[in-house]
Design a protein around this ligand. Structure first.
Ligand SMILES: Nc1ncnc2c1ncn2[C@@H]1O[C@H](COP(=O)(O)OP(=O)(O)OP(=O)(O)O)[C@@H](O)[C@H]1O
Ligand SMILES: [Mg+2]
Length: 325
């Protein structure tokens, strides 16, 4: 099974660590970890991760740990220690909109900067990209995806749909077989990240112990609190060069408190959608006003009314009238 033909040729200019032309350090030499961190740009990536992503403390801690491990590994290589590189296949579990895809992108970048991945790009796929509908269709599809992802991260969203418990002749298992081989044989040139809901992922792993055993890091993405959602909303408005008026800020809070308990709530994704709709309403409000002249403040401010027009408040009012009727 070795030497799976993905048409991938290792790049002699990068990767394995033994391309190092500098002589190994003597045993009594000292290396500066802080300088190595700076050179690899780790502080920059981790700093941005902290500044641009609200909450996610356990996720950030794990990323720091992985960064430290790889840095120490690199330093060991300078002394001539060529131990096997750590496996970095991961599983991200969490509800919709908790930041899994966003973090995977940053992880790809970080692993590239640390010299673990040649390219550091991310290929995001679902079952349909990997599994075919006819005999002989699945292997080429899966191999093509893997070929594209080599040197980077292969992100498989809702990975459990690869496997159908009720149908053991489903083509998904063929795809899983190929993935399992590649995750072992090309483990230092491809990082596979499986993503999805925790409970379905547990069922998937129970049915596919081979997959479970190849995952080095299980990372849980918690739901955001109202406080965190509020900070995410402010961050998003900032990024779009808007600001929330003081009143709008208060309304935002009560919007989030309501929205969080409603159907189809999708954490930060729902916040992004809400802010996009507020933007639409702000634009309409400006065009509808009697005086057509506006200044910069008007163009950049989301007012309470822009949020209050949301269905979230209407449904609440509707529920109240129904109850009192
Ligand atoms: N902690 C955070 N801070 C700021 N923005 C965030 C955070 N988490 C997610 N977002 C934003 O929320 C949106 C949804 O995030 P993302 O797509 O990464 O979630 P996901 O877990 O992959 O969701 P799904 O399961 O639906 O695919 C993105 O626009 C992202 O930028
Ligand atoms: Mg996603």
């Amino acid at each position: 099974m070795a030497g799976t033909p993905f048409g991938y040729q290792p790049d002699p200019a990068a990767g394995s660590g033994d391309e190092e032309t500098a002589p190994h350090l003597p045993a009594d030499a000292v290396v500066d970890l802080a300088a190595a961190r700076r050179e690899a740009g780790i502080d920059e990536v981790l700093g941005r991760l902290n500044a641009e992503l609200v909450g996610l403390a356990p996720v950030k801690t794990r990323i720091e740990e992985i960064a430290s491990l790889l840095l120490v590994d690199r330093m060991r290589e300078r002394y001539g220690i060529t131990a096997r590189r750590p496996t970095l296949h991961m599983c991200f579990t969490g509800n919709p909109g908790t930041g899994k895809t966003t973090v995977a992108l940053r992880m790809a970048d970080l692993l590239h900067r640390l010299g673990y991945l040649r390219r550091g790009h991310l290929v995001s796929v679902t079952r349909d990209d990997l599994v075919g509908e006819y005999v002989g269709h699945t292997a080429p599809k899966t191999k093509d995806v893997i070929k594209r992802a080599m040197g980077g991260v292969l992100f498989i969203d809702e990975a459990y749909y690869l496997y159908k418990v009720e149908n053991d002749r489903d083509y998904g298992s063929e795809s899983i077989e190929i993935l399992l081989q590649v995750m072992e044989a090309h483990r230092d040139d491809l990082v596979v990240i499986l993503a999805g809901y925790a409970d379905k992922m547990d069922v998937f792993f129970a049915a596919n112990p081979g997959m479970q055993s190849r995952i080095a890091h299980h990372i849980t993405f918690p739901d955001y609190t109202v406080d965190e959602l509020e900070r995410i909303a402010v961050l998003m408005t900032d990024e779009l060069a808007y600001r929330l008026s003081d009143d709008a800020r208060l309304v935002l809070r009560s919007y989030l408190e309501r929205r969080i308990g409603q159907p189809w709530f999708a954490n930060a994704r729902s916040v992004r959608n809400a802010m996009e709709r507020a933007r639409l309403r702000q634009a309409r409000r400006l065009l509808d006003q009697d005086d057509p002249r506006v200044d910069l403040a008007a163009l950049t401010t989301i007012e309470a009314a822009d949020l209050l027009a949301s269905r979230v408040f209407r449904e609440d009012a509707h529920a109240k009238t129904v109850r009192s009727a």
